[in-house]
Design a protein around this ligand. Structure first.
Ligand code: BG6
Length: 516
């Protein structure tokens, strides 16, 4: 069963909450401007904002990196990224010319103060040329080790001091455990004030992730049943078909738990489970997110053994092709014990969620790329249809499809036509694309825009990052103390180790898998 899209979707669109204002003059400094993130995500997103006229004429990008590029070689490289990743199709020469004219390059040694002095001179020169005080965004698209270094130098040359206009953007991972995350947060706050720090998690840039809040708090019908009285359990799955894709040197040290859980998956949990904020003000929303993460029941060592599962992919078939085992990927140790799959059961100790399990899983080389949240409601209290062939009732499930299908579906029972009483399970579907059309998105457009206008709602505060690590820290510790003996324990192209299925089966439940 499909909900029909209105003839003109726009007739149904209301004024957006938190309507973004346009950024003023901005200088966007990308540390690591010659690297992968700038090429694949940052510059394609900025180009999208340029094409949509969301940037003023007074906008400049300065790429700062070690490579011996010139302005021209950097622009050429970035144009290739825009063509491939902006989702806008062919790059229009006139648009590109106008955009490329704003890009320049500075070759740098990140460990030398001379780099930062030169940058400061360039920034001040633009103040004079534009006769304005542009916002400075310092985006650290560098290896994590430099996140502890660059802010100190920026502060040393006075570039952090101007609180109204200097902002720093930091990518995940923020640390590799609770302790290192705290250290990094301390380093950051020694140089910048918290309102200047934008810790990015690209999951919050996804429309469908933001839609979780709209769905819950803009509709009166769901909130009354969004609690332990009506909800049996929640499942969050982030399944990927890719392997480590040339990122072995990072991933083999991180593993799936660090890579996905304290950040992306915690965002999904907090938005699904948080209390309604008192407003859409950045701190009001983030207070509620932080509170729910604080309410996650601490995991004891025994819980780690009984309520978490780790796995590593072996070779197998993915999309009809034979693919290699994790241990044979480049930059991965041949006897690596790093997990590429993790599943766990968490409980939230508050009045709304007490006793409702949240099952989470994420893995690489799964049969389908699919991120979704399943809210499974309790069964009807008894089977009314006695003396009929109906013996078993399917539970109602509400599914929030995050990607690649973006939408919401509700599964419920309906009578199958015919003289005999039989029930079938049907779906009511809302598909984003059907209503609103396809929006090109790398996930960074909204986030970079929000950073430029100084809105921190969709960015992680220091306490949120730390509480995310706090949840997974017992697992990191115990897993380190007890290295796995059975890796690889799932074949590529399957839904992970059998223990992940058993985790739910023990509770009389099962994962909902979406194959496409
Ligand atoms: C990144 C992880 O943060 O998110 C990657 O480091 C992962 O390992 C990626 O593949 C998933 O992002 P998305 O947007 O493809 O779901």
């Amino acid at each position: 069963m499909k909900a029909r899209a209105p003839a003109t979707a726009s007739s149904k669109i209301d004024t957006p909450v938190n309507m973004p204002t346009a950024p003023g003059p901005v200088i966007f400094v990308i540390f690591g401007g010659g690297g992968d993130l700038a090429w694949r995500k940052l510059v394609p997103s900025l180009y999208y904002l340029h094409v949509n006229r969301s940037l003023l004429q007074q906008f400049a990008i300065i790429g700062v990196d070690r490579a011996p590029f010139s302005d021209v070689t950097l622009r050429k490289r970035l144009m290739d990224g825009v063509r491939q990743f902006s989702g806008l199709g062919a790059v229009k020469p006139k648009e590109w010319k106008a955009f490329a004219g704003r890009i320049s390059y500075q070759r740098a040694d990140f460990g030398s103060i001379a780099t930062y002095r030169m940058l400061a001179r360039r920034l001040k020169a633009l103040d004079r040329a534009w006769n304005a005080k542009p916002t400075w965004v310092f985006h650290l698209a560098t290896p994590p080790t430099l996140v502890g270094v660059i802010p100190k130098f920026l502060a040393a040359v006075g570039l952090a001091r101007e609180r109204q206009r200097a902002r720093i953007v930091v990518e995940k991972p923020i640390g590799s455990d609770l302790e290192s995350a705290r250290r990094l947060n301390t380093t950051l706050t020694e140089s910048f004030h918290e309102p200047q720090i934008f810790r990015i998690d690209h999951y919050l840039g996804k429309e469908t992730v933001q839609n979780i809040m709209a769905f819950r708090f803009a509709n009166g019908i769901f909130e009354p049943i969004w609690n332990r009285r009506y909800i049996d359990h929640v499942q969050i799955s982030v399944a990927e078909t890719v392997g480590v894709e040339g990122r072995g040197s990072y991933f083999d040290h991180a593993g799936s738990l660090r890579d996905m859980v304290p950040n992306h998956i915690m965002q999904l949990i907090s938005l699904t489970a948080m209390e309604p904020p008192i407003s859409f003000d950045a701190n009001a929303v983030r207070d509620e997110q932080a509170k729910i993460l604080h309410a996650i029941q601490p995991i004891s060592d025994e819980d780690v053994l009984s309520r978490s599962v780790r796995g590593q992919y072996g070779e197998g078939i993915e999309g009809g092709q034979r693919v290699p085992a994790y241990r044979t990927e480049s930059d991965v140790a041949p006897d690596s014990r790093t997990e590429t799959f993790v599943a766990m059961k968490l409980l939230i100790d508050n009045w709304r969620w007490a006793g409702v399990p949240f099952y989470l899983r994420t893995g690489k080389r799964m049969p389908a790329r699919n991120t979704h949240i399943v809210i499974q409601f309790r069964q009807a209290p008894f089977v009314l249809f006695r003396d009929t062939s109906v013996e078993h009732l399917m539970p109602n499930q509400l599914v929030l499809h995050i990607q690649p299908e973006e939408g919401i579906s509700l599964q419920f029972a309906a009578k199958v036509p015919g003289p005999v009483m039989r029930l079938g399970s049907v779906d009511m579907n809302f598909e984003y694309q059907q209503y609103f059309g396809k929006q090109p998105s790398t996930g960074y457009e909204r986030l970079l825009h929000d950073c430029m206008i100084g809105d921190q709602t969709l960015f992680q505060r220091a306490d949120m990052v730390e509480v995310g690590w706090n949840v997974v820290n017992p697992m990191l510790d115990l897993w380190k103390a007890l290295p796995p003996r059975n890796f690889p324990n799932y074949a590529s192209g399957t839904w992970g180790p059998k223990e992940a299925d058993e985790l739910l089966e023990r509770d009389g439940r099962s994962w909902r898998n979406f194959e496409k």
